[in-house]
Design a protein around this ligand. Structure first.
Ligand SMILES: [Zn+2]
Ligand SMILES: [Zn+2]
Length: 223
């Protein structure tokens, strides 16, 4: 999956902008900025640009002739605007496909950032989760395979002190990619079970009293 840099929510307003090309009235596409500003050799000052990708746009269609006549090689212009700004440019492009590969989906960027914010909140929540007996930030990080391993290890370390059997079901249902983390979690689950006088039924995996002879869920007899 493509990753996007973290941004504060306020700077995401441009993702809701709908801008239209003054030459052809087509809605502009949001694209990754090229690394270099063709005009002056500096960066664009923005990660993203709004660009008219309509091949029938008069600027683009006429630009081909214009550049061919003036510079002797084939190329054209695309209309573009900077996000959250009135700055606009006619950007020289070498061909039709110059920006089509860098089109981004505003919804994907928003989702990525919602997740980033939640992750940040969860990391902050680890500070007093033991005191509050709050599993929420702990489980959020442990169940997010994209969170940093160091944060997830810290979260795993909170399972035993919080000592709530509620952590067991969601953790057992999750597939962990890091075997060390998985082992730490399994050990923590064992401690939580034991401290709560519980065990997992070997047949149906439901939690039952450690001293039960019969599973109250599947009725099987314990060895
Ligand atoms: Zn246009
Ligand atoms: Zn059972």
């Amino acid at each position: 999956m493509e990753t996007f840099p973290a941004m504060s929510n306020s700077s995401l307003d441009f993702l809701n902008q709908k801008l239209f090309c003054p030459h052809c009235n087509t809605q502009l596409s949001l694209c990754h900025s090229p690394p270099v500003h063709v005009g002056d050799g500096l960066g664009w000052g923005s990660e993203y640009l709004f660009i008219c990708l309509n091949n029938d746009c008069s600027l683009f269609a006429n630009g081909w002739k214009n550049i061919e006549n003036n510079y002797g090689h084939v190329g054209s212009y695309r209309y573009m605007r900077l996000p959250d700004s009135n700055e606009e440019y006619n950007m020289m492009v070498a061909g039709k496909d110059a920006f089509t590969g860098s089109v981004v989906d505003p919804e994907a960027i928003k989702n990525q950032n919602v997740r980033y914010q939640k992750q940040k909140d969860a990391i902050a929540g680890l500070d007093d989760c033991v005191e509050k007996k709050d599993l929420t930030p702990v489980l959020y990080l442990l169940l997010d395979n994209h969170a940093a391993l160091s944060d997830r290890e810290r979260a795993a370390g909170c399972l035993e002190p919080i000592n709530s059997p509620d952590c067991i079901e969601p953790l057992r249902n999750h597939e962990f990619r890091d075997s060390n983390l998985e082992q730490t979690i399994n050990m923590a689950i064992s401690s939580v079970l034991s401290a709560n006088f519980l065990k997992e039924c070997p047949y149906c995996k439901e939690l039952i009293k450690k001293r039960a002879d019969l599973c109250k869920h599947c009725n099987k007899k314990m060895e």
